[in-house]
Design a protein around this ligand. Structure first.
Ligand code: ZN
Length: 457
């Protein structure tokens, strides 16, 4: 950790700042923040020296515990497999998790996030109660496990406790398989209080709120949640699945995004996770609202959700960020690569998300996701004085990065080198990943192995 008043100097030959790519960048770090920043500055004796620096990325949507079931739902069932058959397997996994398991599984997920350049996570946390559905003595016990995993690994945490009350649209009763999530507004308010208190122990944790989906929340409950959440981040799963769109239409005559925009004060503190299935009118309304759409390209592909209408949304001026969601595979570069590749396969053309001639696709999708992700998680984006020193260095000797400069670094990082080019990661100025490995990886991976071996026995 930094001594209280020391300023540590880090020099990058090239770095991506909030103002764009610059050469010879010297960054002074104090109390975890960027205290000084100069460009065209020669390195001084005592500076730590690195070739290429970029800001850490926000992972705006994660269910950390699902890391423990990655790969367990890839076997074909008797009928057509879907999100809903995947969910049955996930519910069986949930039944077995203790607070200690959650701590260990989340810690491994956060190690992997940091190693690929994610420095903050939006943890959409819906596992609240004991295995029989009753509250723990400390109602925030499982949130405390998430916070312990964040503390262990150093990742920034925007904790999003989930309100989940119903199995389907119109307030239908939750199923026994959902007993570890289900709550009511009063019980949830007490939980939120306990979580907010616990979060003060983490240096820059933020607590938001997450109505799980329109399936799980009634209109009255949603209004109450908006009050409880205040101006903090509000995240909701929406329009991920066509069945969800059809069920919402059958219940209300409206599509999910259409219904939400009519019934909630959706604004810049909102994150609409997935929003895969939207009409042109819905796309325009979300873009106008200033809300961020949370895209999880790897999970959406894995679950067969469908393809987000990114070109229309971008044309409407909409904002997006990326998330690792089910954590089937944790890799910042792969999320961004598939964000673009999905669109190329659909449109049968190239460089779909670059905004115009000569523009770099890699740079533009990284920058958009950096800004959207930070907004969704309630923090400032990019490297600038006063911002948190969350930074990543790249291996300039990686074959795909040799001779690259400025925006072409991002194209080569995202489409060619991938995560192997990520060298060091600093969180609040502390080195948490050194030469591609998290500093606590061995210990955390050994604990994880024990938990997963016990599950398999
Ligand atoms: Zn999700």
């Amino acid at each position: 950790m930094n001594a209280a008043n020391d300023v540590r100097m880090i020099h990058f030959q090239q770095a991506l700042l909030a103002t764009g790519w610059e050469e010879n960048v010297r960054i002074g770090i104090r109390h975890g923040l960027v205290a000084t920043l100069s460009t065209h500055a020669e390195p001084q004796p005592g500076d730590e020296r690195h070739a290429i620096g970029i800001p850490g990325m926000s992972n705006l949507h994660s269910h950390a515990f699902q890391r423990g079931m990655a790969g367990l739902a890839e076997r074909r069932g008797p009928g057509s497999d879907s999100f809903w058959t995947w969910r049955d397997i996930m519910y069986r996994f949930v039944d077995r998790i203790t607070p200690e398991h959650l701590h260990v599984i989340a810690a491994l997920a956060y190690v992997e996030m940091l190693e690929t350049g994610f420095t903050r996570v939006g943890e959409f946390h819906y596992l609240h109660h004991d295995r029989n559905g009753t509250s723990y003595a400390d109602p925030a016990e499982l949130s405390q496990a998430i916070m312990a995993a964040a503390a262990d690994t150093g990742i920034g945490l925007t904790h999003l406790p989930v309100f989940y009350a119903h199995a389907g649209f119109g307030g239908t009763e939750a199923s026994p398989a959902q007993r570890r999530f289900v709550t009511d507004p009063d019980r949830f308010a007490r939980l939120l209080d306990a979580i907010r208190k616990a979060a003060t122990a983490l240096p820059d944790a933020i607590v938001g709120i997450a109505p799980h989906s329109l399936r799980a929340v009634t209109a009255d409950e949603l209004a109450r949640l908006e009050e409880l959440g205040g101006a903090g981040p509000i995240h909701i799963h929406i329009a991920e699945q066509m069945k969800e769109v059809d069920d919402c239409l059958a219940w209300s005559g409206r599509r999910p995004v259409e219904w939400l925009m009519d019934h909630a004060a959706v604004g810049r503190n909102w994150c609409l996770v997935h929003a895969t299935h939207m009409t042109h009118a819905e796309i325009a309304a979300v873009a106008r609202s200033g809300a961020v759409v949370g895209l999880c390209p790897v999970t959406e592909a894995n679950l067969g959700d469908g393809l987000f209408p990114a070109p229309s949304f971008q044309e409407a001026g909409g904002q997006y960020g990326i998330g690792s969601d089910s954590n089937i595979l944790i890799d910042m570069t792969e999320e961004l690569r598939w964000l673009e590749y999905g669109q190329r396969l659909d449109a049968r053309t190239r460089n779909v998300l670059a905004s115009g001639q000569g523009r770099s696709t890699g740079q533009e999708i990284f920058q958009a996701s950096l800004e959207g992700g930070a907004q969704a998680l309630g923090v400032a984006a990019g490297l600038a004085v006063g911002h948190v020193a969350d930074m990543v260095s790249l291996d300039a000797n990686h074959p795909s990065l040799v001779g690259r400069g400025g925006t072409s670094i991002m194209d080569s990082l995202l489409f060619a080198a991938g995560r192997q080019a990520i060298r060091n990661v600093w969180r609040r100025g502390d080195l948490v990943v050194s030469d591609g490995r998290h500093v606590a990886r061995d210990r955390i991976a050994a604990q994880y192995r024990k938990v997963l071996e016990a599950f398999a026995a």
